[in-house]
Design a protein around this ligand. Structure first.
Ligand code: F6R
Length: 613
């Protein structure tokens, strides 16, 4: 949510900042801006729209500078327009600030600043911070870094921010609480990013700023890091675990398509080193220390949001079928405010691609406070979730840039499958033959996805029909029900067609009233225990003239004959079906969105990492 990039060094800052903003644009794209230090003065350019609009705005301007901060915004407070775009300037124009997060007490701070005569020009929560810093700097006889620290003591909420001052043209100050911020260390130069994407091109040496820390970066001087109590902290250098190639689109038209096609490899990477060659042991190194807790858990609670929540629902089937321990799947946003009953022998599993989703992180803290064990499944190495959970397993799907989550979903299900298999085997809950069969089937998934991807052109044809409609229904049963929800979410978020997912049998309890000849019904009718029941559900839809697009197992004839379009997927163990059945639905949503002229990678109103409540 919002992208932050900054540079201080010997190079030209502007190209680094613009390039960085483009790499971060998936985090928010309703406005963008840059503040550059030029001859001991701050020059500001910002506008509504995408980074390309900012580039256009700056086309004929002098942008030479060696210090700058830049921002791409996902609006929370104040509509997306020029004046609300970051950076924000202090009243005397000598300070510029960019911010990611939310200042919860901004109204109180704003009132106080207005009382003191400050004129705020935007509707944002951020602007108060820069005025507050100026006020302290002017009145308290402290240096800028201390003014920033003191101002942040008065801020309630979350932030990752970067500040420059015309009085210190060779200094950059950054601070973090609740939103990620990385400092890339070059040769007497610093690169700042709200994730590694804008940094990796220049250096892999990074410092992940910790909660409440503030860093003072000055040319020709060592980095100074302080905590919120003004105590110096030792910088801890880490290696960025992403490559530039992973951040590029390659030959694909969109990141989303690239990421759908990356799934065979993403799943292989999720399994890599976790299944031994004799297939008699699954082990997840990251959770070994807490495995005993997991084996003795009386209950698993899975908390997540959006697509990750759908993966959690698949996890419920996996854990309950294999491990035979009760599972509850919770929307993290509801869980945190429900005063839930959490016991010390509960294990909370949180799932997140970004590892920065505010609600999911709040669930982590809540469960930890109640003494439960918290296990994370996340994709971004070094993310807040990875740091704040007791233990966890990375999905290793590689960076996911397309706003609609695809490969992260299948990688999450892969990790959940491995976890469930490991626990079920160690608890003696499944026969060895089933354990081995499931492992073999899991290992065969990447090749089977490859087969499905070969139907891309056929799915494009089906998309022509769906693209003309304004509603769609997705139906599935059992382990395919969460896939129906996920298919519907994919379609609505990128094509803006209203879509709903239902457990197929629920149709006649209400939603069937929606069916007419214009309604596409996408049915997951693969070989599974409830296959016959799904066939009946399809008949009910057909009787009302609904159009059937089915996802069936290879060799199926019955449902195929009943369908207007049928997509075949290879056979696998029922519990692993979601890893295959999700793929055609991702491709369908992609092609429908493309046909409708939508910006697939940057759907309206959305941003990749929802780090605010
Ligand atoms: C949908 C999508 C979102 C995310 C949700 C959680 O395609 O991307 O629904 O799944 O915002 O994000 P993470 O997984 O980063 O916690």
């Amino acid at each position: 949510m919002c992208g932050i990039v900054a540079y201080l060094g010997q190079r030209e800052a502007y190209p680094i900042l613009i390039n960085g903003l483009k790499r971060l644009e998936y985090r928010g794209y309703d406005s963008a801006g840059v503040a550059l230090m030029q001859n001991e003065a701050i020059v500001l350019h910002k506008c509504k729209g995408k980074v390309a609009d900012l580039e256009e705005l700056c086309r004929d301007k002098d942008v030479s500078s060696h210090l700058g901060i830049a921002h791409t915004r996902w609006a929370t407070h104040g509509e997306p327009n020029d004046k609300n775009a970051h950076p924000h300037l202090s009243e005397n124009g000598k300070l510029a600030l960019i911010h990611n997060g939310i200042v919860e007490n901004y109204l109180v701070l704003r009132k106080e600043l207005v009382r003191r005569g400050y004129q705020l020009v935007s509707d944002t929560d951020t602007e108060v911070v820069v005025h507050l810093i100026e006020d302290i700097y002017k009145n308290e006889q402290v240096d800028l870094a201390e003014a920033v620290r003191l101002a942040l003591v008065g801020v309630v909420g979350t932030y990752a921010l970067a500040i420059i001052s015309a009085e210190n043209p060779n200094q950059l100050i950054v601070a973090k609480r609740g939103s990620p911020l990385l400092i890339g260390i070059g040769d007497n130069e610093y690169f700042i990013g709200s994730d590694g994407a804008p940094i990796v091109e220049y250096t892999k040496n990074v410092i992940y700023l910790q909660e409440g820390e503030l860093a003072i970066l000055s040319l020709g001087q060592d980095i100074v890091i302080k905590n919120s109590k003004n105590k110096a902290q030792r910088p801890y250098l880490e290696k960025l675990e992403i490559s530039l190639e992973q951040l590029e689109k390659g030959n694909f038209e969109h990141y989303m398509l690239k990421e759908i096609f990356e799934q065979p490899n993403a799943i292989k990477d999720s399994m890599r080193g976790r299944i031994n060659t004799r297939k008699d042991m699954v082990s997840l190194g990251g959770i070994i220390k807490y495995e005993e807790k997991m084996l003795n858990a009386k209950r698993f609670i899975i908390a997540a949001c959006g697509t990750s929540w759908h993966a959690g629902l698949v996890g419920e089937y996996l854990f309950e079928s294999l491990v035979r321990v009760p599972v509850e799947v919770e929307y993290a946003s509801e869980f945190r405010y429900r005063n839930p009953i959490i016991n010390e022998d509960d294990v909370l599993i949180v799932i997140s691609q970004s590892g920065e989703t505010a609600d999911t992180l709040a669930a982590v803290e809540l469960a930890k406070a109640k003494g439960a064990t918290v296990i994370g499944i996340c994709n971004v190495v070094g993310s807040t979730m990875a740091r704040n959970t007791h233990a966890g397993s990375y999905t290793h799907a590689g960076p996911e840039i397309g706003v609609a989550s695809t490969k992260a979903f299948s990688a999450q299900i892969t990790v959940l499958s491995l976890m469930a298999l490991n626990l079920a085997h160690k608890k003696g809950k499944i026969p060895l033959s089933q354990y081995h069969r499931l492992i073999s089937d899991l290992e065969a998934i990447p090749d089977k996805i490859q087969e499905i991807l070969m139907q891309n052109d056929y799915i494009k044809e089906i998309a022509k029909f769906v693209a003309q409609t304004s509603n769609a229904i997705y139906m599935g049963r059992g382990v395919n029900f969460p896939v129906a929800l996920e298919g519907a979410l994919k379609l609505k978020e990128i094509s803006y067609i209203h879509a709903e997912g239902y457990p197929a049998a629920e149709m006649k309890h209400g939603p069937i009233a929606l069916i007419d000849e214009a309604m596409p019904v996408i049915v997951l009718a693969t070989e599974q225990e409830t296959y016959e029941k799904v066939v009946s559900n399809i008949q009910e839809v057909r009787a009302r003239k609904g159009k059937i697009i089915s996802v069936v197992s290879k060799g199926d004839t019955l449902v195929k004959e009943m369908s207007d379009y049928a997509i075949e997927i290879p056979l696998t163990e029922e519990l692993l079906t979601p890893l295959l059945s999700c793929v055609p639905l991702q491709l369908l949503a992609y092609h429908v969105a493309l046909l409708r002229g939508c910006d697939v990678d940057k759907p309206r109103n959305l941003a990749k990492s929802v780090s605010v409540e």
